[in-house]
Write a protein that binds this ligand. Structure first.
Ligand code: SF4
Length: 489
């Protein structure tokens, strides 16, 4: 999972596009905390700055003034292919024989080995080990009159999850794979305000003077003052240029399978997907959970902050009071995103502290949105018991995760997923809870009020919309294997 943002700002000050892209990216920091970067074009030249670290430490006031141009893309990374090293940070950049392009990618390709065989010169030509670097090289090499034509040639060979923002000299382009696994939305900004000019900053119907943005989530449109226009459709290319309205090209038939985990957990609660506000969706999941797994208790509390909307719904449905029984240090990062198990385990103690006054002597219903490896939940239950809780009933507002994700979420291989190696009673025992209840797929759909076939549920039911290679153990570091093996595929 990553965050991507793109901006075209006609008539703006030369550093505004990079600033808007960075501000938009700030609202997507939860989608990736390993690296950040911005690429800009002034119509002639592309410039790029990227580094490992949080957005605020990478894209600060020392860097942004040098990124000049009215076109920009930005990316924050959480790795699903390749290690966390500088070379793998994005946007990628490549000066090919045909064109110079930069790409920000949210998702994960599933036919990387196959694509590598199509790259002239093979693995040795790639300076980094990500699927995005390979795609960038293929597009920069492609014998086509422009980037859109190159995309139309190359994309039908690419399989997997990709929501892309692409920058060349004169365009910012948004692309979604035919399933639309990862979200991407189009927004519109009012025209630039010029001193002494006619603009008052109010929304203007003149599309040729408007600014246009692309983002992983609607919440970041709000942050930069853009209005939501529409989703980039699965199988669609949206082309943004200065001085004209966005153009749309369809390169594949749509077969929408939006990742349901985006709605359950990953995306921000103030974002909208499928016309639904995600806070409201999650609150309704909590209501469903209370109907499916009622239990006698004194209070309902969330695992902060991810369990909060579902805990509110559980409380309303059950009639039990809602309390915050733990404090979460918001500056410690997401444990799920930290790369190693050891760090993840340590991260829990850094982040969460029970509120003894609230939990002591109480029977608790503790609501969270997922259990991946179980170690975080086990630690939470331990902390709550230590703080005096008499009973801990764990309720999860999602079904058990049985299968790995190949489409851009690093849920690890089966052997690390507790639900795939343990029965529910074994999981309850492992985490040390008095009772455990997961929301059913039917309950998720009731909360969404949308049909099953609109979404990917593969990590819950193994029904992968796009065939996946089953070398799960090596997939993340595929392009870091010995070159001959990788090219041989
Ligand atoms: Fe989302 Fe799971 Fe499908 Fe991956 S496998 S895209 S996490 S629903």
């Amino acid at each position: 999972m990553c965050g991507v943002f793109g901006a075209v700002l006609p008539g703006a000050e030369p550093t505004e596009a990079a600033a808007v892209a960075t501000m938009g990216l700030f609202a997507l920091q939860h989608r990736g905390q390993e690296s950040a970067g911005v690429a800009v074009s002034d119509g002639e030249q592309l410039m790029l700055y990227k580094d490992l670290g949080m957005i605020s430490s990478v894209l600060d006031e020392r860097r942004l003034p040098s990124l000049r141009g009215n076109l920009a893309i930005a990316h924050c990374r959480y790795s699903t292919t390749g290690s966390t090293i500088w070379e793998n940070a994005q946007p990628t950049y490549r000066q090919g024989p045909r064109r110079a392009i930069a790409i920000g990618h949210n998702g994960n390709l599933v036919n990387t080995r196959e694509l590598l065989t199509q790259l002239t010169g093979g693995r040795a030509r790639l300076p980094a080990s990500t699927d995005t670097e390979l795609l960038t090289a293929l597009l920069a090499d492609e014998d086509a009159p422009d980037t859109v034509a190159a995309l139309i040639n190359v994309l039908p060979k690419v399989r997997g999850a990709f929501s892309l923002v692409i920058l060349d000299q004169r365009t910012v382009i948004g692309v979604r794979d035919p399933h639309g696994f990862r979200p991407l939305v189009l927004g519109k900004l009012p025209p630039a305000i010029r001193p002494g000019g006619p603009d008052d900053g109010l929304f203007d119907d003149d599309d040729s003077r408007a600014g246009w943005v692309l983002s992983s989530e609607t919440a970041s449109l709000d942050m930069v003052g853009a209005t939501f226009v529409r989703d980039v459709e699965p199988g669609e290319i949206v082309i943004l240029e200065e001085g004209r309205a966005p153009r749309s090209v369809r390169y594949a038939e749509a077969n929408p399978k939006l990742c349901v985990f985006e709605l359950i957990y990953f995306a921000r609660p103030d974002s909208y997907m499928e016309g639904r506000n995600l806070y409201e969706v999650r609150r309704r999941m909590g209501e469903q959970l209370a109907m499916e797994h009622p239990v006698e208790a004194d209070l309902v509390m969330p695992v902060p902050d991810t369990g909060a909307p579902a805990a509110a719904g559980f409380s309303e449905q059950s009639g039990l009071p809602y309390r915050e029984g733990m404090y979460r240090n918001r500056y410690a990062g997401r444990t799920f995103i930290q790369p190693s198990q050891g760090l993840r385990h340590r991260g829990v103690t850094i982040k969460l502290n029970p509120l003894r006054e609230v939990v002591n002597g109480k029977r608790l219903i503790v609501v969270d949105d997922s259990i991946v490896r179980g170690t975080t939940t086990k630690r939470i239950v331990e902390l709550l018991r230590k703080a005096g809780a008499t009973e801990v009933h764990v309720r999860i507002s999602a079904p058990p995760i049985y299968h790995p994700c190949f489409y851009g979420i690093d849920t690890s291989i089966e052997t690390e997923l507790i639900a795939s190696t343990h029965t529910e009673p074994e999981i309850r025992e492992f985490i040390g809870a008095d009772t455990l209840g997961y929301l059913s797929i039917r309950g998720v759909l009731a909360a969404l009020d949308l049909p099953y076939d609109r979404f990917c549920f593969a990590c819950f039911d193994g029904n992968y919309p796009e065939p996946v290679p089953y070398d799960a153990a090596s997939r993340k570091f595929m392009l870091e294997e010995p070159l001959a093996g990788a090219v041989r595929g």
